[in-house]
Design a protein around this ligand. Sequence first.
Ligand code: GLU
Length: 270
Amino acid sequence: MKKISKIFFSFVATLTLLTLASCKGQSVAELDVLEQAKENNEIFWGVKYDTRLFGMMNIATGETEGFDIDIAKAITEEILGEDGQATFVEVTSKTRIPLLKNGNIDSIIATMTITEERQKQVNFSDVYFNAGQSLLVKNDCEITRVEDLTAEHTVLAVKGSTPAENIKIAAPDAKVLELENYAECFTALQSGQGDTMTTDNAILLGMSSENPDYGLVGGTFTEEPYGIAINKGQDNFTKAVNDALAAMHENGKYQEIYHKWFPDNDDGMA
Ligand code: GLU
């Protein structure tokens, strides 16, 4: 009798463990992110911490600030209501998709271009900002456009970004030095490790406005439409984000945020 109850107990214990394991092992794609966000009244956003105008940590206040941050807050409010919590997690161009895939964040809003390659891995919202790739140089630099770049030049770019790939096509002879993030990239430009740095015009604009010795040259040579990335399979959440964006265009919230960060520019408005 004792033996039978022991066997029965261990059978129940194994079954319980298996059930727990399968719950824990539930993949990110199986959870409904929208349902979860509503339950917890919170959305986790992957954002940049070092990109002026889009996502920048203000050391004095301990808050992240920028266009992406304000758009994320407004979408959170549209989806969850006024008391909804937008929680920000730092990502870089290289880490953002892995952090989304691992379930560390619900969504990426981080100067991210919609590309076919990325669409194989993630869902994208509708376009919420239009940028284009450009070059940043020191004011006295001889480079005035992408066609000027030769084997003598080193271009600085960020790992995992589309500009790091595009530049290899636009300036095939130039050397490309890839760094971890935009802060490192600009420091490398200042210390002469490269002749120019390349990324989206809107990001470079944030750097030149703070550092007047540096300016953009040559206009734009790619199109970089920004989208909000969400895990594949999260169609409810993708729809909720698109509905929120549409509502913000309707009620003027989008335009208000756009003009706050880009008062002199009406072009990039999606
Ligand atoms: N928009 C480009 C990209 O998605 C460059 C900006 C960035 O590195 O986040 O890669």
